[in-house]
Ligand binder design. Structure first.
Ligand SMILES: Nc1ncnc2c1ncn2[C@@H]1O[C@H](COP(=O)(O)OP(=O)(O)OP(=O)(O)O)[C@@H](O)[C@H]1O
Ligand SMILES: [Mg+2]
Length: 223
C-alpha cells in the first residue's frame, strides 16, 4: 500500500549537502504496524515526512494506495494528505489557543464538513482514545498532562478516518507508563480498525510490540 522505489533525499544549502535518504526501496502493506529505528540523524523523520507527503524526495517515487504522489499537483497533494494520512508528532503540535475538541475537529472543518457533524465526529474520536469526558473536551492543551495531550493528538490524527497513521516518536515526551498506554492504544487501533501504522521509536521494547522493525543507518536500510 505504501511503496518507495529508489527514494533519495538530499538537503542542499550553499555550503553543505546532506544525504538524508540514500536509494531506499521499501514496501509497507495495508494493516501493518511497523516501527522505524536507528540512531539520531539517520533519516527517520525525513522518511516519515516523505511517506506523509510533507516533503518530496530528491529522487525516486512514492506510491500510496496506488497513487503516484509525484503525479499530483500541490493542491492535490494537500487534499490527498488530508483524506488519507494522519500524523502524530512527538511534541503533539496542538494549537494552544484552541480547546481539546476544537483541535480535534479542525481537520474536518478544513475539509468543509459542517460544524455540527465535525463536533460529533471529534467527540467520537476523543472517546476512542479514552478522553470522552465532556469536561476534558473544553480544556485547553496547557491544562492536560503530556499523555492526555498525546491522546488528543491521536484523536486529531484519527478523526478523518485516515488509511495510514504516521507517528514520529509518539511517546518521546512521555514516561514509560503513559508511553506504554499510547502503544497499547495504537495496537488496538491497528487490530480493531485495521489501521496501517508507521511509528518512529528509539525504544526496542516498543518496536518488539509491532509486526516488524525497519532499521536505518545513514539514510540506508539495514538488512
Ligand atoms: N530541513 C533540513 N535541511 C537540511 N538538513 C536536514 C533537514 N532536515 C533534516 N536534515 C538532515 O538530514 C539528516 C536526517 O535528519 P532526520 O531528521 O531525518 O533524522 P532522524 O533520524 O529523525 O533523527 P532524530 O532521531 O534525532 O530525530 C540529518 O543529518 C539532518 O541534519
Ligand atoms: Mg527525527
Amino acid at each position: 500500500m505504501i511503496t518507495l522505489a529508489s527514494v533519495s533525499k538530499i538537503y542542499r544549502t550553499t555550503t553543505i549537502e546532506t544525504v538524508a535518504l540514500n536509494d531506499l526501496n521499501l514496501k509497507i502493506e495495508k494493516g501493518e504496524f511497523v516501527s522505524i529505528m536507528g540512531p539520531s540523524g539517520c533519516g527517520k523523520t525525513t522518511l516519515l515526512n516523505i511517506m506523509g507527503v510533507l516533503d518530496t524526495p530528491t529522487q525516486g517515487t512514492i506510491t500510496i494506495n496506488g497513487v503516484d504522489i509525484d503525479g499530483l499537483k500541490n493542491k492535490e497533494q494537500a487534499e490527498f494528505r488530508n483524506r488519507n494520512l494522519g500524523f502524530i508528532f512527538q511534541s503533539y503540535h496542538l494549537i494552544r489557543t484552541l480547546t481539546v475538541i476544537e483541535n480535534v475537529e479542525l481537520p474536518l472543518l478544513y475539509r468543509g464538513i459542517s460544524s455540527s457533524k465535525s463536533r460529533q465526529l471529534a467527540e467520537e474520536a476523543l472517546e476512542r482514545v479514552g478522553l470522552g469526558h465532556k469536561i476534558r473536551m473544553r480544556h485547553f492543551p496547557s491544562q492536560l498532562s503530556g499523555g492526555q495531550c498525546q491522546r488528543v493528538a491521536i484523536a486529531r490524527a484519527l478523526v478523518g478516518e485516515p488509511k495510514v497513521l504516521l507517528a514520529d516518536e509518539p511517546t518521546g515526551n512521555l514516561d514509560s507508563v503513559a508511553g506504554g498506554e499510547i502503544i497499547e492504544l495504537l495496537q488496538k487501533l491497528n487490530k480493531e480498525d485495521g489501521q496501517t501504522i508507521v511509528m518512529v521509536t528509539h525504544n526496542e521494547k516498543q518496536a518488539r510490540q509491532t509486526y516488524r522493525t525497519i532499521r536505518l543507518l545513514d539514510g540506508k536500510l539495514v538488512v
